[in-house]
Structures are given as structure tokens and as C-alpha cells.
Design a protein around this ligand. Structure first.
Ligand SMILES: [Zn+2]
Length: 501
């Protein structure tokens, strides 16, 4: 490995000239090395697996794999087990001698997720036994480490030392690496609270995902991403509930204590969230500021999910309220602000209520939430396609993926576009679907493989990663995604985890 790759170009070139032994043409060759992904965009459908994708796709078009992300040129598979799941499956976790097949065994779970591969005997029991949660899955992507359920960029076992960041047990995230090494701007977007596990794993460090107040304080006062857009609003009816943001942090945002850094925009009764967020993004661009958008409903903190209508042959998905932006609008607003940074940017944008719909075995809501993701991916592809700016497929890596599977849903009957199953209200499980169109095996996360879709600079690194942890398959481990993104950005790091010999 050429260690000079770790130096900024100017410093490396200066060092070569000082050494006095480098010809101009070799310097030239060094400078014009392979271009890197200056823009890394990770779009997450939380708790989504391929049966869910097929269900939403059929609803929208009548065809099985016809969503925006199904058209991206790279389509692979991802294993996502965490340390808690590994131990439940009987492994004793040693990060220097990992038996990846304890975490995910293709012989038991399949080399491809159903229905791309066959349903193996005993697969349901295998998949339901143990699975990751969103905090440890986010940590794997953001740091390259496996950890326990509930940990955000923190070592398993919650130690107070031994991390790679600041003398405690915390782990350096990709946003910290890329900001430090390359000056990238950082953005996180979520349709659930901004302090929820998936965004929090990229811009905070905590032994527990449930410490929403402390997580929010770290995001707002320490990490200070260039863009934060998400749920967690304390409510607009005059009796705020500070479930997902500390009262002092909210009031500081509202009263302009962070006005030097952030343009702050929030949900307001009767105000169109699409327009308020767009105006705030334009103001942030015009004034060279960061953007903080706080939306969602007060109880659960999420943007109310989109609502598909049961209209055979004429699919129609409605917004539950216009007081929130859509996932697509939030993601594009983030891109508009991040694109101002000449150095590049990293954006993670999560459609988080797919997972919530799936925990509830709520098919209708699941179709609405995946439609939201589908529209978001389409908007991002259009944004990158747009001519006349610095953002092209040559210098941008787009990844669309899911952190884990959920609920072991199986489609039992073919439905037409616009058609939804007969669904009993306020009910969980297969029994809520008396027409038998669909069945569920769980209300929790499952270990079924998720998919990775990608396009742009660095996509070939995903192909190279396939099968390294799971020989003879095309499976990529979620920790490998961290390394793919870092290498695509031109900042490769040595893996902290080692497979057993
Ligand atoms: Zn979940």
C-alpha cells in the first residue's frame, strides 16, 4: 500500500519536491490519480427487506422490482448481525477472530434473500432467533466496528476506554473521519426523530440509543453537522413534550442561540412544511449557514407516514399532513445546502418509519413509507443527473440500503397495482389479513439479508467486497460498507476487525 495516499495531495507533493528526487512528470501522474467520491450519499430504508420492496413496487406499478432504487446498476446482498446476535447464536465474540458464519450462515439462511433465492428448510427459525438493532447496525456502517444492541459508535460491553477516538470507549465515525481528512460537510436526515438510532450512530456516541437528550446535545453542540433534518419536534399545541430533544436545546434553537451556525426551521400548525423547509434551505445557502429542520408529530416524533389508498388499477398515495416535508423534499433540501461545500460532503438520509410500520405488521403503512423512500431515491438521482453543477456520477457514490430485516413477511397472493389487502384495524399479525394476501412471522427484526443498491464512483469496491466474509456468495458485511465508503472517498483505513484464520 502506498502510504502517500494518506497525505493531502499538496503535502505529499511538497514532500516529494523536498526530497529532490521526483521528476515533474511522476508528480503529475501522482496528482492525477483515480478520482474519488467527493459526495457520498447513503439512503436508508430502515427495517426493509425485499418482500416489502416487492409489495410496494406491485402497489405502485403492478411489477415486482420496479422502484427507483431497483434501477441502480449495483444490486447486492448484505449481512448485518451485531455482537448481541452473534452471542445469542453461541459465538464468543473476539474482534480479532470473528467467525462470520456464526453471524450469518448462508447454508442456513440462504446466499440470497427470499424470493431471489429459495426458502430453505428451517430458515424462518434461523432468521428469527437473533438480529441486529438499528443502533449497532448504524455503528457498523459509520465506524466499521460490530457492537451490542443499543450502542451508538461505542465499543461492545460499554467500556470507558479502548475506543479509537478520545480515550473512552467511543468510536470514530465516518463523518468525523471525512470532515477531518477531507473537509467534507456532514448531513443527516430522518423521517423519525433526529436523535433516533440510525442518524445518531453517524453523528453522536453513546452507550445507549435511548439517551435522546444527551444524543441531541452532542449533535447540536459538539458534532454540529452542516445539515440536520428530522423528526422529534416537541409539539405545536402549546403543551410541548420533550421526548426526543432536551428542552434547553430546543429553546436555544428557537431563540436563536445557535443563529451564528444554524438557520432553524420547525413544524408549525397550518404551515406547509415543504415550503418552510425549502425557504430555510435557500436562506442557509444564501447566508452560508448550516440548516436545522425539526418536524414530526410530538408523540412518536416521526413525520406522519404517507397513506396509500386501496384503489385497484389506480394507485394513489396521499400525504397525512402537509406540515412535514416529504422524505424526498428533506433529502433534496439537505443536498442543496451540502452542495455548497467545495470540499465534498457525506449525507445519510433515513426513511425510518418503514421499520415502525413493519414492527406493527401494518402492510398499508409499509407501502406508504416505502413509496416515500422510492420518491426520495428518484429525487436524489435527478439531483445528481442535473447538469451545470459539480455533482456528477463520476465523483458521487450513491448507496441505497437497509440496516436489517423485519417481521418475516411473505406475500401469499398476487395483487394488482393500487390494490391493498383487506386489513383489520389496530391488529398485529397474519390474522389481521382475513383475505390471506400476506402472512407475517414476527413483529421484530430478522436476520434475513438486506439489499445494497448503488451507482457512481466506488461501486466497483462493493463488487470487490463480495464474498470476503461469506465465501462463495455475493454477500457484503455491513462493516465492509464503512470501508467501501472510506476507500471511495480516498481515505482507506485498516480494518479493525479480523476474521478467524
Ligand atoms: Zn426496529
Amino acid at each position: 500500500m502506498n502510504t502517500r495516499r494518506f497525505l493531502p495531495i499538496a503535502a505529499a507533493v511538497a514532500a516529494m519536491f523536498c526530497a529532490g528526487a521526483v521528476q515533474a512528470d511522476s508528480t503529475q501522474r501522482f496528482v492525477s490519480r483515480t478520482p474519488v467520491a467527493k459526495h457520498i450519499i447513503v439512503l436508508v430504508g430502515d427495517g426493509m427487506n425485499i418482500e416489502h420492496e416487492i409489495a410496494a413496487s406491485r402497489y405502485l406499478s403492478g411489477r415486482a422490482l420496479d422502484l427507483s432504487f431497483h434501477k441502480l446498476p449495483y444490486r447486492g446482498f448484505q449481512a448485518h448481525w451485531d455482537v448481541s446476535a452473534y452471542k445469542k447464536r453461541g459465538g464468543s465474540y473476539d474482534p480479532q477472530a470473528i467467525d462470520a458464519l456464526i453471524g450469518y450462515d448462508p447454508a442456513q439462511g440462504g446466499a440470497k434473500p427470499y424470493p431471489l433465492g429459495p426458502e430453505l428448510d428451517g430458515a424462518m427459525d434461523y432468521h428469527l432467533l437473533a438480529a441486529t438493532d438499528s443502533a449497532s447496525a448504524s455503528t457498523a456502517w459509520s465506524t466499521g466496528y460490530k457492537t451490542d444492541d443499543g450502542n451508538l459508535a461505542w465499543l461492545p460491553g460499554d467500556p470507558d476506554a479502548g475506543g479509537n477516538r478520545s480515550g473512552d470507549g467511543s468510536l470514530k465515525s465516518i463523518t468525523e473521519h471525512l470532515r477531518e481528512a477531507k473537509g467534507y460537510a456532514i448531513g443527516v436526515v430522518s423521517t423519525v426523530p433526529f436523535t433516533h438510532a440510525t442518524p445518531a450512530g453517524f453523528v453522536s456516541h453513546n452507550k445507549s440509543r435511548n439517551n435522546y437528550g444527551a444524543i441531541g446535545t452532542e449533535i447540536l453542540r459538539v458534532s454540529k453537522p452542516e445539515v440536520v433534518i428530522g423528526g422529534g419536534h416537541p409539539g405545536t399545541d402549546g403543551s410541548p413534550t420533550y421526548n426526543y430533544i432536551a428542552e434547553s436545546d430546543y429553546l436555544d434553537l428557537k431563540n436563536g442561540a445557535h443563529a451564528g451556525d444554524y438557520v432553524f426551521v420547525e413544524r408549525a400548525a397550518g404551515v406547509d412544511g415543504s415550503q418552510s423547509l425549502l425557504a430555510a434551505a435557500q436562506q442557509a445557502v444564501a447566508e452560508g449557514k448550516k440548516l436545522f429542520g425539526l418536524y414530526g408529530k410530538e408523540k412518536d416524533g416521526n413525520f406522519e407516514s404517507l397513506e396509500p389508498q386501496d384503489l385497484p388499477d389506480t394507485p394513489l398515495v396521499k400525504r397525512a399532513t402537509t406540515e412535514n416535508p416529504t422524505y424526498a423534499e428533506a433529502t433534496v433540501a439537505a443536498l442543496q445546502v451540502l452542495a455548497q461545500d467545495q470540499d465534498g460532503f457525506f449525507l445519510m438520509a433515513e426513511q425510518g418509519d418503514i421499520d415502525w410500520a413493519n414492527h406493527a405488521n401494518d402492510y398499508k403503512r409499509m407501502v406508504g413509507t416505502i413509496t416515500d423512500l422510492h420518491e426520495g431515491v428518484k429525487a436524489v438521482v435527478d439531483f445528481i443527473d442535473r447538469p451545470g453543477d459539480r455533482i456528477t456520477w463520476d465523483n458521487t457514490l450513491l448507496i441505497v440500503t437497509s440496516d436489517h430485516s423485519n417481521n418475516y413477511m411473505r406475500l401469499q397472493k398476487r395483487m394488482r397495482a393500487g390494490d391493498l389487502p383487506t386489513q383489520t384495524a389496530n391488529c398485529t399479525g397474519s390474522a389481521c389479513y382475513p383475505g390471506g394476501e400476506v402472512s407475517f412471522g414476527s413483529t421484530g427484526h430478522t436476520n434475513e439479508l438486506t439489499r445494497i443498491y448503488a451507482r457512481g464512483r466506488g461501486t466497483e469496491l462493493l463488487r470487490k467486497a463480495e464474498g470476503r466474509w461469506y465465501p462463495g456468495t455475493r454477500i457484503v458485511d455491513n462493516t465492509q460498507l464503512f470501508h467501501v465508503m472510506m476507500e471511495a472517498a480516498g481515505v482507506p483505513v485498516e480494518p479493525a476487525l479480523k476474521l478467524a484464520e
